[in-house]
Design a protein around this ligand. Structure first.
Ligand code: FES
Length: 573
């Protein structure tokens, strides 16, 4: 092989003309040379879509068509007409006498290229393109922050209806990513980004509002924001919110604005909206608060248009929980300094007592010195018990009811840890009422599993290949932890089990919140959220796992593996 500076001899022109196309291996590249009329072209022989050998493709009028999924490429530039594929790598060619030389100099920055491809994948909702980009971007930036920013920027400007499932899923997976095995992190990014794309597909875009011209007082804007949300004026609320960001409101002031509006009505949108607020704030913590204006603006519509439980029969009859809550809010004491010792008794009251008694117990706990976070933590724990003791005899859809309460309670607690306020404290009482409303979902309550010998945490994988191994999964977790098993390993396995399934929004929320709660608790209590997560996951597995299949294809391509064996192919056209 003769090499001249950056060009390499690839073939004899005469032989190429005689055969029309030739495949050759040069410096680790498999290159296909085409002789078309007087011209010679050199391209990567692997189709950029899924690796089909392009020497088996068809060339017509300068367009090379791959036979597997029929992607078309301009032979001259390598550009594709089918965005599910990618640009075909072409190599500059020089001909001297009978010698065809190919320039193998790398032409593009693969990370920058995949940033661009991620945009294509997001805009056109092409999961394989997103998966390929996620793998390269996660390799370049193992924190995933670069990819999160791209998904966040796309997601918040893309949907007129604002923040919803997709961005919440992305943020949940960003929170879980450091807790799963390094090789699973790009799968977490892929799932999160793909969900943003899937949710945005076909929706109307959002056109952001400019802040008010001139100076504005953040405190007054916060008042206006709440009053606009009150009358479901999303546009007015968005302008007040972005003006507050531009006026220099601190992250804590902005969190207070949003949480106050999210708790001015009871348990809005079945708890989802407050969880979305919390997730938007967590996303900013990771991506950077310089994105606050665009990201938080996407919360105005979800807050304004959320269903309010004042309008719900279950919260009004036979006991008017809204009236009881409003009375309790009037009498809400200032939270104590913490160090309160009535947690176990309060949890039992929340799980078993009538509504009025629960509210009195919550107020009494505050008077006895419970801090806002301590109170919230007790309610969240009670909500986790509902899932851990959820009998499989219930109607299947009721898993979601218990899960909604748990993730709402967790979001309220995370919010209070971020920025305690009397307004958000109302959310703790709302969460307790929702735990109370779910009480018949624990009748009969499933027995909490006791440790029973050694358990191998990897047995969760085959267990969750079968449907409804709910109690067996809980038993495995209890035994593993009881025998001193490593909780980090258990969380990584739960994460891997989650990442191999097709995305179920509620399962993702549940596992993420359970991991958060586990990390905040001590001793025996800390096991319960993980048991709850394993049960919820087992109830919703296995799925078809088609989304993971797409990711695995991207991973194999990235490793350079063949997806199709040449021998199995039909003859060249
Ligand atoms: S179009 Fe070429 S492999 Fe799919």
């Amino acid at each position: 092989m003769e090499t001249r500076e950056l060009t390499t001899r690839a073939a004899s022109l005469e032989e190429l003309r005689a055969k029309g196309r030739l495949v050759t291996s040069l410096n680790g590249h498999t290159i296909c040379l085409f002789a078309e009329g007087d011209e010679v072209f050199a391209v990567d022989n692997r189709c950029p879509h899924m690796g089909f050998p392009l020497h088996r493709g068809t060339v017509s009028d300068g367009i090379l068509t791959c036979h597997w999924h029929h992607a078309r490429f301009d032979l001259c530039t390598g550009g594709t007409f089918d965005q599910f594929a990618d640009e075909l790598r072409r190599f500059p060619v020089e001909v001297e006498g009978d010698d065809v030389y190919v320039d193998l100099t790398p032409r593009r920055d693969p990370v920058e290229h995949q940033r661009h491809r991620l945009q294509v994948g997001l805009e056109r909702n092409i999961p394989l393109v997103v998966a390929k980009a996620a793998i390269v971007l996660a390799e370049a930036d193992p924190t995933g922050v670069d990819a999160l920013r791209a998904g966040l920027d796309f997601g918040v400007r893309r949907r007129a209806e604002g923040w919803n499932r997709g961005l919440t899923t992305l943020t949940c997976f960003m929170n879980l990513a450091p807790r799963v095995a390094p090789e699973e992190r790009s799968a977490a990014l892929y799932h999160g980004l793909s969900d943003v794309a899937l949710e945005a597909a076909g929706d109307e875009p959002r056109f952001p509002l400019e802040p008010l011209p001139g100076d504005a007082d953040p405190e007054r804007l916060a008042r206006w924001f709440r009053s606009f949300i009150e009358v479901r004026d999303a546009e007015g609320a968005e302008r007040a919110l972005v003006s507050a960001v531009r006026a220099g409101a601190s992250p804590q002031q902005l969190a207070d604005m949003l949480f106050a509006a999210a708790t001015d009505h009871r348990y809005i949108e079945g708890g989802h909206t407050l969880d979305f607020v919390n997730k938007a704030l967590e996303a900013l913590d990771i991506a950077g608060w310089e994105r606050a204006e665009a990201v938080l603006a996407s919360m105005a519509a979800p807050l304004a248009f959320a269903e309010r439980m004042e309008e719900s029969n279950a919260w009004r009859h036979p006991v008017d929980l809204v009236a009881l809550l409003e009375d309790a809010f009037e009498r809400l004491p200032d939270p104590g300094p913490g160090g309160w010792e009535g947690r176990a008794e309060l949890v039992e009251t929340i799980l078993t007592a009538e509504a009025a008694e629960i509210l009195e117990a919550l107020l009494a706990a505050l008077r006895d010195g419970a801090s806002a976070v301590e109170l919230a933590s007790a309610v969240t724990f009670a909500a986790a018990v509902r899932i851990a003791r959820f009998p499989t005899t219930n109607e299947f859809g009721d898993w979601d009811t218990a899960m909604h309460t748990f993730t709402f309670a967790n979001a309220v607690e995370q919010g209070l840890r971020r920025s305690p306020s009397r307004e958000l404290l109302r959310g703790v009482l709302d969460a307790a009422m929702s735990v109370h409303l779910d009480r018949f979902l624990n009748v009969p309550a499933t027995r909490l599993p006791s440790p029973d010998g050694e358990a191998d945490v990897d047995d969760l994988f085959p267990l969750l290949d079968e449907q409804q191994r709910v109690d067996e999964a809980a038993q495995l977790v209890a035994s593993y932890l009881g025998a001193g098993g490593d909780t980090d390993r258990l969380i990584a396995v739960l994460g891997a089990c989650l990442l191999r399934e097709d995305r179920n929004f509620h399962t993702i929320q549940c596992v993420e919140a359970a991991v958060r709660q586990h990390e905040l608790l001590d001793g025996e209590e800390a096991r319960l959220p993980l048991i709850a997560a394993a049960r919820y996951l087992a109830a919703h597995a296995p799925t078809a796992r088609s989304q993971r299949q797409t990711y695995e294809i991207a991973r194999r391509l990235h490793r350079g593996e063949k997806l199709y064996e040449d021998d199995a192919l039909p003859p060249a056209a």
